[in-house]
Structure formats: structure tokens, C-alpha cells
Design a protein around this ligand. Structure first.
Ligand SMILES: Cc1cc2nc3c(=O)[nH]c(=O)nc-3n(C[C@H](O)[C@H](O)[C@H](O)COP(=O)(O)OP(=O)(O)OC[C@H]3O[C@@H](n4cnc5c(N)ncnc54)[C@H](O)[C@@H]3O)c2cc1C
Length: 311
């Protein structure tokens, strides 16, 4: 049985090392524990929020007046080319399993931090791959009725960094288990493809500092005014469709290294905000506003956050 703890600093569970205390906090390791905690929470608070690895969410400085549930459901089970995985399994561990079993399909995710649940909810993607390409079925728990719900890939309504869990079911259902449909592949080729992505990330990302990955989504080319496309056409990237990389326009707009307090737009990757030591969530938010407003002024386009907020 998981024990609900009190006043736990969320910065301990944040990859950006920012966040005040959660009034209640609990880590769940099984679907039963998750259901039991949801039932117990009814007597405690109406505010319940689910997290995974904390690699894509900004926690507030004042903390959270409710219950934060860290979904740490483990387990990887293989049946032929189908692999059922607990939502708390780290993508890194899933990739190790794929290598050990010669399963191909997720190599693009080499070096992707965080857990399977968070990656499914945001349809994480990189190097032209996305979670949705390999997902067969997602099992989630209705946080009000505790019913288990199974959805096919089509029912998850995946889109660019999007899914039904991020839209209609936000704060309503917790992803518990995910079944992937993978292909048989050559072990050495799988390892090579994964290591290639890991070294690209090491080269480009400011991994020496706490961060949340890319703060903003890349912007589809059709969102830019035609007058800006002459300048930007050379930077179009086809991942997963034609976009202008936010890191590029941030750089061109002179935002590299821009700083509010200890929050800084990285000079190494101009779509990452790094914590130089003692950054506050409010500083990160201010920096986000500055970047958005500059990009609006220069490129007449609205940047959209890729990260989530806990409010
Ligand atoms: C260095 C670095 C590089 C990154 N590179 C990429 C990249 O290339 N591509 C990319 O897409 N992302 C990238 N990210 C962002 C992030 O790693 C992914 O989005 C990751 O999949 C988030 O998983 P998480 O477990 O950390 O989620 P969290 O940060 O814990 O949560 C993110 C959101 O998902 C929700 N959530 C988490 N678990 C569940 C669950 N079980 N059920 C329902 N909702 C849930 C939370 O409520 C929150 O809203 C990067 C991040 C870092 C730090």
C-alpha cells in the first residue's frame, strides 16, 4: 500500500529542479495502488495531478494545494512483437528491453528522458519518429470512477505532441499501461540507431544543466506570414511535417543566452531553458513571455509551449 506523504518539495521530482511543496504526494507502483490512492484521495482533496519523470512540466514556486501522484508502474511483458509496458517505465529501460529482444521501432527515442506515460500523453517524438507510430493500445484509469479504459491507437487521437489524454481527458484519466507493436530487427542495427540519437543529443542539448527539453513546439510553415518565408525557407525541417525549428528563430531573433534571474535560454540549444542554480518558476515564466513576445514582434507568429504547467 502506498503511503501518502505531506509537504514534499516538487523540485525533487523536477528535471529542472524547480517547484514548491505538494500538500500531499504519493508514488504508486501498481494499478491497484493507483486505484487505492485515487479512492483515498476523495477524503483528502479534489485536486489530484499525475506526473511521470518530471522532464516536461514546470512546477510552481508556491507548490500545489492538492495530491500529486507519481505514476511509477513498472513491468515489461512481451508476447511476440507486442510489448506491454507499465506507464512508469523509463523510455531508457524500454529501449534496453528492445535491444535485448531484437525489437525495432523505437530507436528514434534514444536518449529521450522521462517515462512511458508522459511520452504517450504528449506523443513525444524526435528524428522523424513519434510514439504514435508504435502504439497498439493504451490502458488508463478514470480518476473519478476508477474504471479501467482501453483505447486503440486511433482512439487516442494522436497529433503533433498531442493526444486525447492531453486534451479531453486532461486530469481525468491516468495512463497506467501501454502496449506497443514493434518489429523484429537486427540487434546491432538497433543499438547503432539508438546510440546515434544519444550522441546527437549529447552534442546539441545542454545536458549539464537542469532543463525541461524543448520549451516550445516547432511551428508549421503555414503559420508564418509569406513575407517571412524567404528568410526562413532554408531552415525548414521535415519532422514530422514541414516546420521552422523554434531554436533557429530564437537564435535569429537574438534571444540566445537571454536571462531572467537564474533562468537562461541556453546558448547551446536555443529552445532549452536551463536552471543556472537557483532559478524560480516565475523567472522561467517571465523568460517564456519575453521569448514569445520577441518572436511575435519579429516573425509575427505565436510560439506554443511544448512543456506543461501544474497550476
Ligand atoms: C533533455 C530533454 C530532452 C527531451 N527531448 C524530447 C524530444 O526529443 N521529444 C519530445 O517529444 N520530448 C522531449 N523531451 C520532453 C520529455 O522528455 C518528454 O515529453 C517525456 O516524454 C515526458 O515524460 P515524463 O514522464 O517526464 O512526463 P512528466 O514531465 O512527468 O509529465 C508531462 C505531462 O504528462 C502528464 N503525465 C505524465 N505521466 C502521466 C500518466 N501516467 N498519465 C497521464 N498523464 C501523465 C503530466 O500530468 C504532465 O502534464 C525532452 C526533455 C528533456 C529534459
Amino acid at each position: 500500500m502506498s503511503k501518502i506523504q505531506k509537504d514534499i518539495p516538487l523540485k525533487l521530482y523536477s528535471n529542472l529542479k524547480i517547484g514548491g511543496p505538494a500538500k500531499f504526494f504519493v508514488l504508486v507502483k501498481t494499478i491497484k495502488e493507483l486505484t487505492d490512492v485515487l479512492i483515498e484521495s476523495k477524503g483528502l482533496t479534489p485536486n489530484v495531478f499525475v506526473i511521470g519523470g518530471g522532464t516536461n512540466i514546470l512546477f510552481p514556486d508556491i507548490g500545489f494545494n492538492g495530491l500529486v501522484i507519481k505514476v511509477d508502474i513498472q513491468g515489461i511483458e512481451k508476447r511476440g512483437n507486442f510489448v506491454k509496458v507499465g506507464a512508469g517505465v523509463e523510455m531508457l529501460k524500454l529501449l534496453e528491453f528492445c535491444v535485448a529482444n531484437g525489437l525495432s521501432g523505437l530507436e528514434w527515442a534514444g536518449g529521450l528522458p522521462g517515462g512511458v506515460g508522459g511520452a504517450v500523453r504528449g506523443n513525444a517524438g524526435a528524428y522523424t519518429g513519434e510514439m504514435k507510430d508504435s502504439i497498439f493500445e493504451v490502458e488508463s484509469i478514470d480518476m473519478a470512477t476508477y474504471q479501467v479504459r482501453k483505447r486503440s491507437n486511433a482512439e487516442c487521437k494522436f497529433g503533433y505532441r498531442n493526444s486525447i489524454f492531453k486534451q479531453k481527458l486532461e486530469r481525468k484519466e491516468a495512463i497506467a499501461q501501454v502496449t506497443f507493436k514493434l518489429n523484429r530487427g537486427d540487434k546491432d542495427q538497433i543499438i547503432e540507431a539508438i546510440e546515434d540519437k544519444i550522441s546527437k543529443r549529447k552534442l546539441r542539448h545542454p545536458l549539464d544543466y537542469p532543463n525541461l527539453g524543448s520549451i516550445f513546439q516547432n511551428t508549421p510553415i503555414e503559420n508564418f506570414p509569406k513575407s517571412k518565408m524567404n528568410e526562413l525557407a532554408q531552415y525548414i525541417k521535415n519532422d514530422p511535417f514541414p516546420v521552422i525549428p523554434t531554436a533557429k528563430i530564437n537564435f535569429l531573433a537574438g534571444l540566445s543566452g537571454k536571462r531572467v534571474g537564474d533562468a537562461q535560454l541556453s546558448e547551446k540549444h536555443t529552445n532549452f531553458i536551463i536552471n543556472l542554480g537557483n532559478a524560480k518558476a516565475e523567472e522561467v515564466k517571465q523568460l517564456i513571455l519575453i521569448i514569445k513576445s520577441k518572436i511575435k514582434e519579429v516573425y509575427e507568429v505565436e510560439l506554443k509551449e511544448e512543456i506543461s504547467y501544474l497550476n
